[in-house]
Design a protein around this ligand. Structure first.
Ligand code: SIN
Length: 479
C-alpha cells in the first residue's frame, strides 16, 4: 500500500492542503505511512459552523430517510473492509485479523443504529387535570463533538457516529494524531454513501485547539470522549462552562475472577482473548487475574501454555497475534510495572522483556505472565495497557469480590464459574458497568458499553446508546 496523504473533511470539502502536516508512523516499522493537516482554531471554528448549518436539514429528515443513508454507509464500509483493515494495521499496529474484526465491529454500529433510529419513541402521560395532556417527545441534541482514541481507530468513531446520526445530530470528530487515516477513509466512504455535507466532519488537530473551540462555542451541545480518566476529568471541567452534555468512556482496570468450578479450558482461552487483544491495549482488557487457590496451579500451567502460542511481530504478517505497543511512553509504563512487580516479589513465568528500537520508534513487548502478585504492586492498581497478565490467589468469593472492587475504576470485570447462583451473586456484587460471565469478549453493538466510578459517564451501544444524543421535551397541553 502506498503512502496516504489525506486532507481534513469539513463541510463536505477536503481541505488543509497548505497547513502544517502531522506525520503518521507505522508503530511496527517506524516507517511514515501518511500525513494529515494540522488544523488551527479557524478551521475548527469553520467545522462547527458547517455542522451547525447542516443540522437544520439533517434533523428534519425522517428516521427512515436517515436509515437509508446509514445503510448505504454500512455496506460501503463492509465492501472496503480489507483496505480499511490494512490502513488500520499500518497506523495502529494491531494484527490484520484484529483490524478486519474491528472494521466489522465498526460497521455494526452504523447498521444497528440505522434501525434503532426508527424506534426513538416518546410517551403520552396522564395530565394533571382532565383538560391537560402531557406528550413527551425526543429530539436530537444538535452538534456533537467527538474525541476518539488510537486503540480502536474505526469502532470508537462509529460507536458514537452511528447513534448520533440516527438521532438526527451532526457530528465533528477529532481523531487521534496516531491514527487519523482510518478516520479520514471513513469520511470518504460517508461521502460516497450520501451523508450530506456538514453532517460528518473530520478535523485533525491537537486536543487543546479542538476543545478550546468546541467547548467555547454554544452551538456544540454534546461532547463524547473515549480516552484516559485524567483527560476525561479535564474535559468535564471545560464542558462545565457551557453545561455541555457529556459522555465519557474512560480508563479501566478489569479484574478476572476464576472460581474453582470454572471450565478451566474456557477460563484460560477467554482470559487470554481478553488480556492480549490489541496487545493488551483496550480499556476492558483483563488487568488482574484472581484465581481460587485450589485450581491456581492448574490454571497457571494451562494459561502459560496458551500464552506460549502467541506470536509477536508486525501485524501485517499473517499469523501474528501481538503487534507493537503504540509508543515509547506506553512501553515504558509496561516495563516500569513489570520491574515494580518483580522487585516486590512477583515471579515471571514467561515473557518479562521487550524489544525497543528507540531510533526507529518501535516498541514490542513479549506476552508475559506474572504470578504471586500482591495488592501493593503498581500493576494491580494502575491500568497497564500492555500484554502482561498478573495472577493472584484468592480463597473465598467474598475476598475475590472485595479485591475486584478495590479500585477507582469500574468499566469491565470477568467471572468464570459454572455455578449459576454463584455467578449471579458475584456479578451482582461487582461494581462494574460490564461483567463478562464465562465471556472474555463481551463487547457488542446490542449492549450498553460503559463504566461506573472513574471509568466514565453514559453508555455507548444498545438502546441506551442513542439516548445520549437525544433531548427529552414534554408538551403540557391545556385543552
Ligand atoms: C476500548 O478499549 O475502549 C473499547 C473496547 C471495546 O469496544 O471492546
Amino acid at each position: 500500500m502506498k503512502r496516504l496523504d489525506l486532507l481534513n473533511y469539513i463541510g463536505g470539502e477536503w481541505t488543509g492542503k497548505d497547513l502544517e502536516k502531522i506525520e503518521v508512523t507505522n508503530p511496527a516499522t517506524g516507517e511514515i505511512v501518511g500525513s494529515v493537516p494540522k488544523a488551527g482554531e479557524q478551521e475548527v471554528k469553520r467545522t462547527v459552523e458547517a455542522a451547525h448549518r447542516a443540522f437544520a436539514e439533517w434533523s428534519k429528515k425522517t428516521a427512515a430517510e436517515r436509515a437509508q443513508v446509514l445503510r448505504n454507509y454500512y455496506q460501503l464500509i463492509m465492501d472496503n473492509r480489507d483496505e480499511l483493515a490494512e490502513i488500520m494495521t499500518r497506523e495502529n499496529g494491531k494484527p490484520l485479523r484484529e483490524s478486519r474484526g474491528e472494521v466489522e465491529y465498526a460497521a455494526s454500529f452504523i447498521e444497528w443504529y440505522a434501525e434503532e433510529g426508527k424506534r426513538v419513541y416518546g410517551r403520552t402521560v396522564p395530565g394533571k387535570s382532565e383538560n391537560h395532556r402531557i406528550h413527551v417527545i425526543k429530539q436530537p441534541v444538535g452538534v456533537v463533538a467527538a474525541i476518539t482514541p488510537w486503540n480502536f481507530p474505526a469502532a470508537m468513531i462509529t460507536r458514537k457516529l452511528g447513534p448520533a446520526l440516527a438521532a438526527g445530530c451532526t457530528f465533528i470528530v477529532k481523531p487521534p494524531e496516531q491514527t487519523p487515516l482510518t478516520a479520514l477513509k471513513l469520511a470518504e466512504l460517508a461521502e460516497q454513501a450520501g451523508v450530506p455535507k456538514g453532517v460528518l466532519n473530520v478535523v485533525c488537530t491537537d486536543p487543546e485547539t479542538f476543545t478550546n473551540v468546541v467547548l467555547n462555542d454554544a452551538r456544540v451541545r454534546k461532547l463524547t470522549f473515549t480516552g484516559s480518566t485524567e483527560v476525561g476529568r479535564l474535559l468535564m471541567k471545560k464542558a462545565s462552562e457551557n453545561i455541555v452534555k457529556i459522555s465519557l468512556e474512560l480508563g479501566g482496570h478489569a479484574p478476572v475472577i476464576v472460581c474453582d468450578d470454572a471450565d478451566l479450558e474456557q477460563a484460560v482461552k477467554m482470559t487470554v482473548a481478553s488480556k492480549f487483544r490489541n496487545s493488551g491495549q483496550t480499556c476492558i482488557c483483563a488487568n488482574r487475574v484472581y484465581v481460587q487457590s485450589s485450581i491456581y496451579d492448574a490454571f497457571v500451567e494451562k494459561f502459560v501454555d496458551e500464552v506460549k502460542t502467541l506470536k509477536v511481530g508486525n501485524g501485517i504478517e499473517e499469523g501474528v497475534d501481538i503487534g507493537p505497543l503504540i509508543d515509547e511512553q506506553g512501553y515504558e509504563k509496561v516495563e516500569r510495572q513489570v520491574k515494580d512487580a518483580l522487585e516486590k516479589g512477583a515471579k515471571c513465568l514467561i515473557g518479562g522483556k521487550g524489544r525497543a528500537d528507540r531510533e526507529r520508534g518501535t516498541f514490542f513487548y513479549e506476552p508475559t505472565v506474572l504470578i504471586d502478585m500482591k495488592e501493593n504492586m503498581e500493576m494491580m492498581r494502575v491500568e497497564t495497557f500492555g500484554p502482561v497478565a498478573p495472577v493472584q490467589k484468592f480463597e473465598t468469593d467474598e475476598e475475590a469480590v472485595r479485591l475486584a472492587n478495590d479500585s477507582p475504576y469500574g468499566l469491565a470485570a470477568y467471572v468464570f464459574t459454572q455455578n449459576v447462583s454463584r455467578g449471579i451473586k458475584i456479578a451482582e456484587g461487582l461494581e462494574y458497568g460490564i461483567v463478562g460471565w464465562n465471556d472474555g469478549l463481551p463487547s457488542t453493538v446490542q449492549a450498553p458499553f460503559g463504566g461506573m466510578k472513574q471509568s466514565g459517564l453514559g453508555r455507548e451501544g444498545g438502546s441506551e446508546g442513542i439516548e445520549e444524543y437525544l433531548e427529552v421535551k414534554y408538551l403540557s397541553i391545556n385543552l
